[in-house]
Write a protein that binds this ligand. Structure first.
Ligand code: NDP
Length: 337
């Protein structure tokens, strides 16, 4: 049982030495348990937070423990009602080949789901995040302008497509021409602006000629700086993530722009609301699952995966996500089904 353990806590960007490959025994399931074999491992930005012991909404991974991670696995052996050998399961095996599960936090996907790995993306946590953050906090109205960054990624792609379904004008922000083209041509956003362009702020302002009513915040940094002056009165900002800052070791140098931000929030009566998907919305999963399965079956939601081969490539893959080198939802194929 290959396992990738947290070896040390990163300072800044994670390095190879923060991880350690370990060969463990394949565990045996007791009564009320099942043995799962990982097929797909999801790589997500939150994993950087769990490597750190700074105070957060969830406990860190302990040193020497298997890295946490959502997985799509198959049942090898089951002593658990409702699960049989061969079933596909959405689970939290972490970065390893095999794991024991009691069924807690697991969903049985059946014998032959159409796209098993989608349960890690559009049909799972990132899709759920997009759906609840946008619809419950953002509340886009037809004709309003919605902006989302990391627009080709797991969350952002769904935010924009759902906002289109709701009749909004959608402007994406992404890193590089290829991603921007995909966001407009394949995902159907009205525009997509490259945040690496020298005149990024001017291009964004031109694309948002009626200002911004909903800004779905995935990124922070210079993207937020460009968005702030464009926000309309009563704008809503679902605060989902700040990936531009996850490897920071200190606050950025001054000047202190807190008064600017607070002044805008006040004068424009804006709402900014943070959320942690399962903590805040776990009880509404069915609502999401019903709508999303329908939209996918109707072809209204498109989805792109960035598939890496081999568990040993997970550490580098996580850095790729943190640095925008993924194109689509980052997933590692750990084993053949
Ligand atoms: P993505 O698949 O979108 O991958 C991350 C992307 O972030 C990169 O591809 C890159 O896209 C973009 N990015 C990274 N650094 C920067 C930067 N400095 N400036 C601008 N863009 C940057 O990841 P996810 O969809 O999984 O996650 C998106 C966000 O949602 C993250 O902030 C994550 O933490 C958050 N999240 C929050 C949840 C919650 O419950 N609150 C749950 C799930 C996710 P590009 O190349 O286009 O810039």
């Amino acid at each position: 049982n290959r396992q990738i353990l947290l070896n040390s806590r990163p300072v800044g960007e994670p390095v190879a030495d923060n991880f350690r490959m370990h060969q463990g025994e394949i565990p045996s399931p007791k009564q009320g348990e099942m043995l799962l074999r990982t097929v797909y491992l999801s790589l997500d930005p939150y994993m950087r937070g769990r490597m750190s012991d700074a105070e957060s909404y969830a406990d860190p991974v302990a040193l020497g423990e298997v890295m946490i991670g959502g997985t799509v696995a198959q049942v090898v052996e089951s002593n658990l009602d409702g699960y049989a050998a061969g079933d596909w399961v959405l689970s939290i095996n972490g970065w390893q080949d095999y794991a024991i599960s009691t069924g807690e936090m697991a969903i049985n996907l059946g014998k032959s789901p159409a796209q098993p790995s989608w349960a890690l993306g559009a049909l799972g946590m990132p899709g759920f995040t997009a759906y609840m953050g946008l619809l419950d906090i953002g509340q886009p109205q037809a004709g309003e302008t919605v902006v989302v960054a990391a627009a080709s990624g797991a969350v952002g792609a769904n935010v924009g497509q759902i906002a289109k379904i709701k009749g909004a004008k959608v402007v994406g922000i992404a890193g590089g021409e290829e991603k921007c083209r995909y966001v407009v041509e394949e995902l159907g956003f009205d525009a997509c602006i490259d945040h690496k362009a020298d005149d990024f702020a001017e291009q964004l302002a031109a694309a948002c000629d009626k200002g911004i009513d909903v800004y779905f915040e995935n990124v922070g940094g210079k993207v937020f700086d460009a968005v702030l002056p464009l926000l309309n009165t009563k704008a809503r900002i679902p605060l989902c993530g700040l990936i531009a800052h996850y490897n920071d070791t200190e606050l950025p140098a001054g000047p202190d722009r807190m008064p600017l931000l607070m002044g805008k929030v006040l004068a424009k009566r804006m709402t900014m609301k943070g959320f942690i998907i399962y903590d805040d919305y776990g009880h509404r999963y069915e609502e999401f699952a019903t709508d999303m399965h329908q939209w996918v079956s109707e072809g209204k939601i498109k989805y792109k995966e960035h598939l890496l081969q081999g568990l040993e490539n997970a550490p580098a893959g996580l850095n790729d996500v943190l640095n925008g080198r993924n194109f689509g939802k980052m997933v590692v194929k750990v084993n053949e089904p």
